[in-house]
Design a protein around this ligand. Structure first.
Ligand code: GDP
Ligand code: MG
Length: 355
């Protein structure tokens, strides 16, 4: 049902008109207050707190978060709904110099996010020193010609006296429309920020139904929740090697049955994810299932498999499968006659399983 609501605008670069414009116009007439709506892209270096900010403003988890850089791989829209406004927040992969095919696709997603948005907000980690990566971000931002906000994040961990010199340093790099110290974690400074965003957004009916909080299909969100727990369960080198695909998603009478495969690049990584006697994969499955049940508001049976696919980050077909915007286009009726993507995975037997 929710998936259906989502699909009506999947293929349009511009958002489709709102579903109930009449209701909203009459509300606007009654109160004399114009409804504001628009798109705000959240960009920044890996780990700056982009996904944390989007989740906290939306009030639900739409993007997974981890202390490791480059957790977000796609651009994701999180929707903040109020009686007088709707802000579509576009979460993005971190700004970085791209290397392999996966990382080039991630930077492509971030650049896409600059198209057709009303405001760009650069979020920076105020606990970190200004460095080469920041200079790269400032230069990269010149691609956008609208208002750019600077958000100095993590102020819960910064001495206030350090903020002014930091603002001066950033001002030398870029002419920002507005600058806000915030904490995505505690919410400090966020209410004021939202008001100023809204002040700068155009008068417009909402772009999405007002009970919708993300543009992501359920399947993708489920895969992300599994990936989040896999990242939490592992250390250093494993995270970037993890990809999760949903093999089955079936609505049964009183539960949803989901089968997912976690792909890694090496046998050693598979061993880490499965753990001694399957302990690690069992824990990943249990924690992910709880999150998925909260999100879907249903009992869930989750089965996980772990498979090795060497060097998948440089495999174009696999990386494309991770791009859900593209995957949905492939699933659309217009392309029904197209041949399937080539099968790129070997057919191993399930190794770890949990529910
Ligand atoms: P992203 O890569 O920019 O999307 O960053 P994430 O949202 O995944 O956050 C990266 C890390 O920074 C996570 O461990 C967050 O919990 C942490 N973090 C994000 N915002 C704040 C903040 O305002 N204060 C503190 N102390 N930590 C934060
Ligand atoms: Mg992120």
């Amino acid at each position: 049902m929710w998936l259906q609501m989502v699909t009506y605008r999947l293929f349009a670069r511009h958002p489709a008109p709102a579903l109930h414009p009449f209701t909203l116009e009459s509300v606007a007439e009654d109160t004399g207050i114009a409804f504001k709506s628009g798109f705000v892209a959240i960009v920044g270096r890996p780990n700056a707190g982009k996904s944390t900010l989007v989740n906290s403003l939306v009030g639900r988890k739409v993007a997974i978060v981890s202390p490791r850089p480059q957790t977000t791989r796609n651009r994701i829209q999180g929707i903040l709904n109020r009686d007088d406004a709707q802000i579509v927040l576009v979460d993005t992969p971190g700004i970085h110099k791209a290397g392999d095919i996966l990382s080039r696709q991630m930077m492509g997603e971030t650049e896409h996010a600059l198209e057709d948005v009303d405001i760009v907000s650069l979020i920076v980690d105020a606990t970190a020193e200004f460095g080469g990566g920041d200079r790269f971000s400032a230069k990269w931002l010149r691609k956008f010609h609208g208002p750019v906000f600077l958000l100095l994040n993590k102020v819960d961990r910064v001495r206030k006296a350090l903020l002014l010199p930091m603002i001066d340093r950033w001002r030398r790099e870029f002419e920002f429309a507005e600058i806000f110290p915030v904490s995505a974690l505690t919410g400090e400074g966020c209410a004021g920020l939202v008001e100023v965003w809204i002040a700068r957004l155009p008068e417009s009916p909402p772009h999405f139904p007002q009970d919708q909080f993300t543009d992501q299909p359920e399947r993708f969100l489920v895969a992300e929740l599994v990936r989040e727990q896999a990242l939490r369960a592992t250390t250093e080198e494993v995270p970037h090697a993890v990809a999760v695909f949903i093999d089955r998603f079936e609505q049964k009478k009183d539960l949803i049955k989901i089968m997912a495969t976690i792909y890694v690049e090496r046998e050693g990584q598979k061993g880490i994810l499965i753990g001694k006697g399957g302990e690690a994969i069992k824990k990943i499955g249990t924690l992910a299932r709880k999150e998925i049940e909260t999100m879907l508001d249903s009992h869930v049976l989750l089965e996980l498999m772990v498979k090795v696919q060497p060097n998948w980050r440089s495999n174009r077909a696999i990386v494309r499968k991770l791009d859900w915007h593209r995957q949905l286009e492939l699933m659309s009726p217009r392309e029904e006659d197209e041949p399937d993507e080539p099968q790129v995975f070997d057919d191993e037997e399930p190794e770890g399983s949990t529910s």
